[in-house]
Write a protein that binds this ligand. Structure first.
Ligand code: IMP
Ligand code: MG
Length: 183
């Protein structure tokens, strides 16, 4: 197994073992609700790629996986509230039971946009699973149907989550010692 060094600039807030337990708990709840529904899991790139890989492998029933790439316009670390689809879905959403898989819900603007975007495609149902929630930063209300953990208003990296494309490969969920990275 490759060893990834956690640099001095980060500290662990959820270890890989804690994350695995959280993912297992989320998978149990999702399995209860979706076992016979052949759901379509839609991950928001890029931050959800590690979470999606682990979550999907905890689900022991038929499902499909797709990804969508979204970007929010704006300079620096603050989102402007305007979201654009950078890379769309290949899957047909109409009539499907859709579960959105997100790394962090922060202002809520990205998740709220995607839920509305998907609802227009007339799925049988659409719900949201988020690994992390930063509720102190919310600007748009979002219902998180399956939530892993609540985190403080600090800049999070690791387990797929980046700061300026760095740190996605850290196996633990960490906080950057110095905030101020870009999203
Ligand atoms: P929103 O503010 O809820 O729209 O979140 C937009 C995106 O910013 C999310 O999809 C996350 O990937 C990313 N994001 C939010 N908080 C953090 C963070 O602490 N570290 C890295 N990315 C973040
Ligand atoms: Mg993201």
């Amino acid at each position: 197994m490759p060893i990834v060094m956690v640099t001095a600039k980060t500290h662990v807030i959820l270890s890989r073992g804690e994350v695995a337990a959280i993912v297992g708990r989320l998978a149990s709840a999702i399995a209860r609700d979706y076992r016979d529904k052949n759901p379509l899991l839609i991950g928001i790139l890029k931050g959800s790629f590690v979470f999606m890989a682990d979550l999907a492998r905890c689900l022991d029933f038929p499902l499909e996986v797709d990804f969508i790439r979204l970007s929010s316009y704006g300079a620096g670390t603050e989102t402007t509230g305007s979201v654009k689809v950078e890379q769309g879905l290949r899957s047909k959403v109409r009539g499907r039971h859709v579960l959105v898989v997100e790394d962090i819900v922060d202002t809520g603007i990205t998740a709220a946009f995607l839920l509305e975007y998907l609802k227009k495609k007339r799925p049988a149902s659409v719900k949201l699973c988020a690994l992390l929630d930063k509720p102190s930063r919310r600007r748009t209300p979002v219902v998180i149907d399956y939530l892993g953990a609540t985190v403080p208003d600090r800049f999070i990296v690791g387990y797929g989550i980046d700061c300026a494309e760095e740190y996605r490969n850290l196996p633990d969920i960490c906080v950057l010692e110095e905030d101020g990275g870009k999203k």
